[in-house]
Design a protein around this ligand. Structure first.
Ligand SMILES: C[S@@+](CC[C@H](N)C(=O)[O-])C[C@H]1O[C@@H](n2cnc3c(N)ncnc32)[C@H](O)[C@@H]1O
Length: 230
């Protein structure tokens, strides 16, 4: 049976260009947490060292993973969309140290025996999965002290919990609909603490001042706590 979500994300994939060859600094790989080019923090949020293993939930066309591989990490990505993963393989054919899996993030986390040094998601599966399902699995897939971080658009005021996202499919078809989960920053911190994470922070990074768009980026970060009961 075709997963309607993966078909929706394949459609999304067709509408997005590949990542640029270089960024504003002339770098060929880089980490971007936000919807704006050359903006916001980089890979330091994940506190990785060479030799660490890191997981990207909803890695898309793989730009952030390719960058992490250049730091000497084993960079694992999971994505529902075969089209997104095909773009990743085409754009980063020589990205040694990366490993890509097609499938649902929850299913992957439930099956993997790997313990990761960090798990992250940039406008990815963590936005499109109920945190009540995702957070327990992320926690048990992280080493104690390992970082979990995600970014996504901030919620629209008053629109919290499960929301509908519409993916255009052209003039002749209805849009595809996928579910996403939106919460205020302080609610994210409460959810993380309730699921055994510590040191949680959630902030809205402002849009760059030179851009006509004004929407910021919600960046959430926590570490796996060591409470064995959580
Ligand atoms: C908006 S794109 C972001 C892609 C990438 N993280 C980036 O920064 O360009 C969302 C991605 O999440 C993937 N995705 C959505 N829900 C997912 C799930 N439940 N499991 C795995 N991947 C998922 C989609 O296929 C898509 O590639």
């Amino acid at each position: 049976m075709t997963d309607t979500r993966s078909a929706a994300w394949d459609t999304y994939s067709q509408s997005k260009p590949q990542r640029r060859q270089t960024n504003a600094k002339g770098e060929t790989t880089w980490f971007n947490w936000t919807q704006y080019a050359d903006h916001g923090p980089g890979h330091e949020v994940l506190a990785l060292k060479s030799g660490d293993t890191v997981l990207d939930l909803g890695c898309g066309s793989g730009g952030n993973l390719a960058h992490l591989a250049t730091l000497g990490t084993k960079a694992v990505g999971v994505d529902l969309s075969p089209a997104q993963l095909a773009k990743a393989r085409e754009r980063w054919p020589d990205a040694d140290g990366t490993e890509l899996h097609q499938g649902d993030a929850v299913a992957y986390l439930a099956e993997t025996f790997t313990l990761f040094d960090a798990v992250f998601s940039v406008f990815g599966a963590a936005w499109f999965t109920d945190p009540a399902l995702l957070l327990p699995l992320v926690r048990t897939s992280l080493k104690p002290g390992g970082v979990f971080a995600l970014s996504q658009r901030p919620p629209v005021e008053g629109c919290y919990g499960c929301q509908a996202s519409y993916i255009p499919r052209g003039a002749e078809k209805d849009p595809a609909v996928v579910k996403r989960w939106d919460y205020e920053p302080e609610v994210w911190c409460s959810l993380l603490e309730a699921h055994g994470f510590a040191e949680s922070t959630a902030t809205v990074l402002p849009a760059p001042s030179h851009d006509r768009r004004t929407m910021g980026t919600l960046l959430v970060r926590a570490v796996r706590g060591d409470d064995p009961r959580a």
